[in-house]
Design a protein around this ligand. Structure first.
Ligand SMILES: NC(=O)c1ccc[n+]([C@@H]2O[C@H](COP(=O)([O-])OP(=O)(O)OC[C@H]3O[C@@H](n4cnc5c(N)ncnc54)[C@H](OP(=O)(O)O)[C@@H]3O)[C@@H](O)[C@H]2O)c1
Length: 333
């Protein structure tokens, strides 16, 4: 079988599709024929060597996929051959608080990932894909969508009628728009593009602000009388100060990403406003299952920006880097 791997060095040009051996299944494991893989900003960082400087090479990249179970090892009872499943981002985090071992087992960094024709997983580390979704759509859920569910529903305690602010229109942010609006919240989106803001409105966002033409978007929010209950913070150090200023007294900030880099943050308003800052790292299998139940009940469909063939993984990662609207997917089989 073929796998997309880093073998000797970091870099998009170092990424190779190579023949790799299928290992025999251990008891409790299943084999999955990977149909589709979705890309995350993290995959770019991994490939460029910006996620960690030392990773176990050869490394199969990427964390998110959907595929069909083709083989079950001894003692497997949770899944059957023929079912479409997705591995959890951290297959070892089933419920409760995350452990260091489970975090280290996150796919596509210190542990092998999923951009391969077949993968072997513990049966406990996968969830059933929502039945109404295509493989490409289901592949988008394990990291970005679970992170948003964990952030907004589990940590921030989102309620219908609440206001959510989300930054950008990438994978995480569009799930924030879709999940928050599906649960009855009002969603404000920031983007560098007016056209993307329009498209975000069509997905359920109630308001949009262009952060390039309106760099003082925190002031603009104030002018519009909006003080978000919850901020989905993917901008990081260059947007955090404004997010803190924007949030309502006693509000929540979910610290998720750092796409903006740079910048300094005045933390004083964070405590003067009694804010709660939640560090969020994806989520557990229990959260993934709760997300999937909601996605199925509401018939929600993730936004797939573009699908690339397996052989064009480097082009797919470059497309992600250029600012996709929603998720970039690679079709494997
Ligand atoms: N903690 C976790 O568990 C977790 C999980 C998933 C992702 N993440 C992190 O979350 C971040 C977003 O991930 P993603 O997969 O959604 O990335 P993505 O799909 O590449 O989207 C990034 C978006 O951020 C916006 N953006 C870029 N530069 C910006 C700036 N200077 N100020 C404000 N917005 C900016 C852009 O939106 P516009 O084009 O609309 O301007 C861009 O499309 C990354 O840092 C990633 O590592 C963390």
């Amino acid at each position: 079988m073929r796998a997309a791997q880093l073998t000797g060095d970091f870099g998009l040009d170092e990424l190779k599709i190579r023949e790799a051996a299928e290992r025999p299944l251990a008891p409790g494991e299943i084999r999955i024929r990977v149909e589709a893989v979705s890309l995350n900003y993290r995959d770019l960082l991994v490939v460029k060597g910006l996620y960690a400087r030392k990773l176990p090479f050869p490394l199969t990249i990427c964390s998110d996929c959907a595929g069909i179970v083709t083989e079950t090892g001894e003692g497997v009872t949770r899944v059957k051959a023929g079912e479409r499943v997705s591995p959890c981002f951290m297959p070892g985090w089933l419920t409760g608080a995350v452990t260091e071992a489970a975090a280290r087992g996150a796919l596509g960094a210190f542990a092998d990932g999923v951009l391969a024709e077949t993968i072997a997983m513990p049966e406990t580390g996968v969830v059933a894909a929502p039945a109404h979704l295509t493989a490409e759509e289901a592949a988008t859920l394990p990291c970005a969508a679970v992170t948003v569910w964990h952030a907004l529903v589990v940590r921030c305690g989102l309620q219908p009628g609440d206001t959510v602010l989300t930054i950008g229109t990438g994978g995480v942010s569009l799930f924030a728009v879709q999940i928050a609006s599906m649960l009855g919240a009002r969603v404000v989106v920031l983007s560098s593009s007016d056209a993307k803001l329009e498209r975000a409105r069509a997905l359920g966002a109630t308001e949009g602000i262009n952060y390039v033409t309106t760099p003082d978007w925190d002031g603009e929010l104030k002018k519009r009388g909006i003080a978000p209950d919850h901020v989905v913070e993917v901008g990081g150090t260059a947007t955090l100060a404004k997010s803190i200023k924007s949030a309502r007294m006693g509000g929540n900030l979910a610290l998720i990403g750092n796409v903006s880099g740079g910048g300094e943050t005045n933390v004083i308003p964070a405590f003067m406003k009694n804010l709660t800052l939640h560090g969020v790292f994806v989520g557990s299998r229990e959260m993934f299952e709760a997300l999937n139940a909601a996605v199925s009940a509401h018939g929600m469909r993730p936004v797939v920006d573009r699908v690339f063939p397996f052989e064009e993984i480097a082009a797919a990662l470059r497309h992600l880097e250029s600012g996709a609207f929603g998720k970039v997917v690679v079709r494997v089989s």
